[in-house]
Ligand binder design. Sequence first.
Ligand code: ADP
Ligand code: MG
Length: 309
Amino acid sequence: MTLAEVIKSFKMRWDTSKIINSLEKTANFCDESENYLEENNSGEDSKNNNPYSNLVSSQVISPRVEGISQHSDECLIKLSNVWKIYQMGEVEFAALKGIDLEIYKGEFLVVLGPSGSGKSTLMNLLGCLDLPSKGTVFLNSKDISELDESELALIRGQMIGFIFQSFNLIPTLSTKENVLLPLEFQEEGAQLSQKKADYLLEIVGLSDKKQNLPSQLSGGQRQRVAIARSLAVNPPIILADEPTGNLDSKTGDYILGFLDNLNKTEGKTIIIVTHDLEIVKYATRVVYIRDGLIEKIEQKKKNEPEENN
Ligand code: ADP
Ligand code: MG
């Protein structure tokens, strides 16, 4: 499929998360390790050519902004007594059992829990990709159950960039086309979109891989494409489900360092759901989840050594 065909096949404008959702079924990449880490660390050149810098609300990958506090009091996402009950024939299974959680601007929130604890279910609800069985989800103070599909798609598309464990790139599109995809739903000039895609690929160190298909990239490179794509519309929130789950630890550290930098320098809100205790060291707050319930919430100073739990 070409980029034009892919766009045509997804009629719902702006609904990038829906697209990404459906990709889960097509993307199936194996684990790989790699040795690129010395290659690129967002060179200064790229910062002089930032196509996002003209936008009023934008700070994407701008030069370091010092002094952003750990988080503000601005609540971006709020879950109020949220339940998710899966129906399997006659049997009901409660994957989330009354979650109350507020996410603030500028946080690096890690939701930590074992397999089956409800993390991905929670991520789908935090990302407004799914509706709760009971309870309320607010995105930017709006009760999402009161929005129609296209309103929700619009606000979600502008607010949240998604990163998935299996990367969810479109296998038939090049690296650059994958990054262009969310921009195609923004109705902005093709030239600006091209510039943004080039810029983001430079930032993640993949300028020389623009024409490669996902199958011609290593696992870490695919995840960097996914990060570039998640940033394309410059959303204030990046939501990641086990973003390092298919990467070796060195590559995983690189990816997390990148997200950490986005949080510190751009004030982007990062939400990661994971079973990996290692990720806790990046968090400003940790939500421990088990059997669909929040066990405890821990406020941290960033990069503070972990408690032994
Ligand atoms: P985690 O991401 O923490 O591993 P999930 O959110 O994927 O956990 O799943 C939580 C629980 O809900 C698990 O017991 C899982 O089997 C169940 N579950 C998840 N999705 C569905 C579904 N679509 N239908 C039925 N049960 C589901
Ligand atoms: Mg999961």
